[in-house]
Design a protein around this ligand. Structure first.
Ligand code: ADP
Ligand code: MG
Length: 267
């Protein structure tokens, strides 16, 4: 990759359903860098990813976001994707009737690449990421396990080769093997120049995907940025270390063996 890219988020404020969620977020992610944004449940991590991708339902009330100097927030979601931004959703969406290859061929064609190369590239990536080739001919994400969905998201990332990838809890719903395979694939892409914003609640993802910078996000703002040692400190002290006096941080939800890890909490 020759061109250096930069995603620049300055003073970003956004609200959802009339409530302020993001309260002035500053982040700069460049080609080849891995940034981790860690925070407790409800701190606004997914909101940040949705606002960057242009999901409807959020109001940007302040600040700016540029990709290579161009105003990202003024673009339609598909224009953001064409400009080189990729979002792996925390809860990948099932799309009945549409195969993975269809999506990737349409993306290639829209980006001016030869779509006839997609099946070969996808086959090679499926092999590399450990995604069963038979799943490539199922409807997108339909009846895939949590781990298969995240392998599929990672495959799409590797095939589409964006400039900057936002990964929202790539580790949620993953067993340890899938976590390692996905994290190592992303790490290799970052070595080739991909800029990564990895959103995660737990530090286990970062054992495999080594971040250059770790940001702790609480209540819609980044409270501290530092090296990987911040994630290590988080493991010992929990998010309470970044809590303000009189602020309550939601406890981790009790693991519910019957809960659907991919249910949309906002649905
Ligand atoms: P995280 O990903 O860090 O767990 P989210 O960004 O999903 O946090 O949510 C942050 C807060 O914003 C939560 O309190 C959530 O309920 C609220 N929120 C997110 N999206 C919406 C929405 N569309 N409407 C109303 N509230 C929302
Ligand atoms: Mg989230």
């Amino acid at each position: 990759m020759t061109r250096q890219s930069e995603l620049r988020i300055e003073g970003l404020e956004a609200s959802a359903g009339g409530s302020p969620i993001l309260r002035g977020v500053n982040l700069v992610i460049r080609s080849g860098e891995v940034h981790a944004v860690m925070g407790p449940n409800g701190s606004g991590k997914s909101t940040l990813s949705h606002v960057l991708a242009g999901r409807p339902g959020y109001e940007v009330t302040g600040g700016s976001v540029t990709l290579d100097g161009v105003d990202l927030l003024a673009m339609e979601p598909w224009e953001r994707a064409q400009a080189g931004l990729f979002l792996a959703l925390q809860y990948p969406i099932e799309v009945p009737g549409v195969q993975l290859n269809d999506v990737l061929e349409a993306s290639f064609a829209a980006g001016g690449h030869d779509p006839s190369t997609v099946p070969t590239v996808v086959g090679a990536e499926a092999e590399r990421i450990g995604l069963d080739q038979r799943l490539l001919h199922r409807a997108l994400n339909v009846d895939l396990s949590g781990g298969e969905k995240k392998r599929s998201e990672t495959l799409q990332l590797a095939v589409l080769r964006p400039r900057i990838a936002v990964l929202d809890e790539l580790d949620s719903g993953l067993d340890i093997d899938a976590l390692r395979d996905c994290a190592q694939r992303v790490e290799a892409l970052s070595d080739e120049g991909l800029g990564v914003l990895a959103i995660t609640h737990y530090s286990r993802l970062l054992d495999e995907l080594r971040p250059d910078v770790v940001h702790i996000m609480v209540k819609g703002e980044i409270r501290e940025s530092g090296g990987p040692e911040l994630a290590a400190r988080l493991d010992v002290e929990g998010y309470a270390a970044w809590q303000l006096p009189n602020e309550d941080i939601p406890a981790d939800p009790v693991d519910d063996p019957f809960a659907d890890p991919f249910a949309d909490p906002l649905a």
